[in-house]
Write a protein that binds this ligand. Structure first.
Ligand SMILES: NC(=O)c1ccc[n+]([C@@H]2O[C@H](COP(=O)([O-])OP(=O)(O)OC[C@H]3O[C@@H](n4cnc5c(N)ncnc54)[C@H](O)[C@@H]3O)[C@@H](O)[C@H]2O)c1
Length: 252
């Protein structure tokens, strides 16, 4: 039970990596606040955690909206008293395509979810962490932010922004006992896979991506959750400002 006694908020936890992180945290003893834009998906994950013997509540909300972060903060405190861990996992992308085909609306949506979501999480939870002697942010960035592929210019840029902001937050908030780290997954099998590929999700097309991953497969939600578990645990008490690549060697 590596997270016993802790409460974690996981955004975008209604599917994909976030669902894996929420379920892993719950198995390791954490109370989990399952956030997602999709209320039914958040409720499903929270119910499955409860059926498995864990503690979770579902709080629907949009990470781009300040009011929804306040609601998330208040719901977490009402049910669990305090929060020690926030996982900024909710994310989105424009489809993989040439840079001049990405519309302004797509650009704005990607930056609103991937970058502004982080901004609001900091504003919502840093005062709470400061008042309680510290806390942990785990931010799901991407290998896209350090080893970008073509076709995802603005998604890659948004993840690069997340990484630099996270390192700066680590430097600025360290004296408050607040740790900030990133996890950088390589392409995985989630709701976003087809968008990242930009072509039909066939075994042949997947092989083009797998070919650049030395360990020879996509990442899984459990791979990502295992890194997030370490970073949230007290085993990582002296780890801040880092990125863990969960990428089978893709960034080498
Ligand atoms: N799948 C990959 O290949 C891959 C690789 C690297 C990084 N990532 C990152 O992993 C994270 C999780 O994505 P995933 O791949 O599991 O995709 P996913 O689509 O399966 O999960 C993302 C979840 O976030 C939710 N969401 C979207 N916008 C939201 C918002 N504004 N507020 C709250 N929730 C919102 C969605 O409803 C969805 O349930 C993202 O940050 C993504 O950029 C994914």
């Amino acid at each position: 039970m590596r997270l016993k006694g802790k409460t974690a908020v996981v955004t975008g936890a209604g599917s994909g990596f976030g669902e894996g992180i929420a379920k892993t945290y719950a198995r390791e003893g954490a109370n989990v606040v399952v956030n997602d834009l999709n209320a039914a998906a958040a409720q499903r994950v929270a119910s499955e955690i409860a059926i498995a013997g864990g503690k979770a509540i579902a709080v629907a909300g949009d990470v781009t909206r300040e009011a929804d972060w306040h609601a998330l903060h208040d719901a977490a405190l009402e049910d669990f008293g305090s929060v020690q861990v926030v996982v900024n996992n909710a994310g989105t992308t424009h489809r993989n395509k040439p840079v001049l085909e990405v519309t302004e609306a797509e650009f704005d949506r990607v930056y609103a979810v991937n970058v502004k979501g982080l901004y609001w999480s900091v504003r919502a939870f840093v005062p709470h962490f400061r008042a309680h002697g510290g806390g942990v942010f785990v931010n799901i960035a991407s290998t896209a932010g350090v080893r970008p592929r073509p076709g995802l210019v603005w998604y890659n840029g948004s993840k690069g922004a997340m990484i630099v902001a996270s390192k700066t937050l680590a430097a600025e908030l360290g004296p408050d006992g607040i740790r900030v780290n990133c996890v950088n997954p390589v392409i995985g099998n989630t709701g976003l896979t087809a968008e990242f590929m930009g072509v039909a999700d066939t075994p042949e097309n997947r092989q083009r991506f797998v070919a650049s991953i030395p360990l020879g497969r996509f990442s899984t939600p459990q791979d990502v959750a295992n890194a997030c578990l370490y970073l949230a645990s007290d085993e990582a008490a002296f780890i801040t400002g880092t990125c863990i690549e969960v990428d089978g060697g893709r960034c080498v």
